[in-house]
Design a protein around this ligand. Structure first.
Ligand SMILES: [Mn+2]
Length: 269
């Protein structure tokens, strides 16, 4: 039995299947953990959703920013962008089942035996483990409620960009969603920055990748994340694993086998 963790699929279904074949993935015995963003931009988002859903308890996948955006468009809150190539999901006969399955996915997951944490974009440098998991469970509870559309319609905002234990309601949930699903750079005060679109090597010196900020958690906790395709080749600290290698942008899909840390890759086909 092996534990595999794979970066953002973004509809790259053929590459996903090739990677599972390469690793001889056995859904009867092995586990697959995914960083989220199964959908959008690539050609086969519907197939990715169906396949991961059908793995049932053998797969753990998270909500990424594109997964949340898909939920917002399926609810009619946001307009579909043509470049997302998700039209087939709207026409699918299992659309409602996929939608309900997707909105019941978590924002963060911890492996019960290996202990690693999986997050789509990362873990806020302002959080300890209990706060991170507590904040995720609060938002997940709202997404699993009947009124989840209200949260989806109010999540599109960059503020607040600093954490405070006193945050409440939509401000608290928005910070949580932004940290888990959209974060890349932070400023020196650990504020989330969503303006900088530069590659990490060209970013202004006052901005650092979230995992380079000072947080006791980052020294002791294995953290795996996706979301940041342009990090390819950028060195991360010992416990931090970046798994999005931009397959949909013409690079490759990456999958890590946790037990021996073997890395499998599949070029864009
Ligand atoms: Mn993402």
């Amino acid at each position: 039995m092996a534990t595999y963790i794979i970066g953002d699929l973004h509809g790259c279904f053929d590459e996903f299947q090739a990677l599972l074949k390469q690793a001889d993935f056995n859904p009867q015995q092995d586990e697959l953990w995914l960083t989220g963003d199964l959908v959008a931009r690539g050609e086969n988002s519907l197939e990715c959703l169906r396949f991961v859903k059908n793995l049932g308890e053998r797969a753990v996948t998270l909500l990424g920013n594109h997964d949340l955006h898909l939920l917002a468009t399926l609810q009619g809150i946001k307009k579909v962008k043509e470049r997302d190539k998700v039209e087939a999901i709207f026409q699918a006969e299992d659309r409602e089942a996929l939608q309900n399955w997707l909105r019941n996915r978590p924002l963060v997951a911890q492996h019960p035996r290996h202990g690693f944490l999986l997050a789509h974009a990362g873990i806020s440098p302002e959080w300890d483990l209990a706060t991170a998991i507590g904040c995720a469970r609060e938002v997940e509870g709202v997404l699993q409620s009947e009124d989840y559309g209200t949260l989806l319609s109010q999540m599109y905002d960059n503020s607040p960009n600093r954490w405070s234990a006193h945050l409440q309601g939509i401000a608290r949930w928005r910070y949580t969603i932004n940290a888990f699903t959209r974060m890349r750079f932070c400023d020196k005060d650990k504020g989330l920055d969503f303006d900088c679109k530069l590659p990490v090597e060209q970013a202004p010196p006052e901005l650092k990748p979230w995992f380079e900020l000072d947080s006791p958690l980052f020294h002791q906790q294995d953290i795996l994340f996706g979301h940041w395709a342009s990090l390819i080749g950028y060195p991360t600290p010992r416990h931090i694993y970046a798994l999005d290698t931009g397959c949909v942008w013409g690079n490759y899909l990456t999958m890590l086998r946790w037990e021996d840390k073997k890395v499998f890759t599949q070029e864009k086909m």
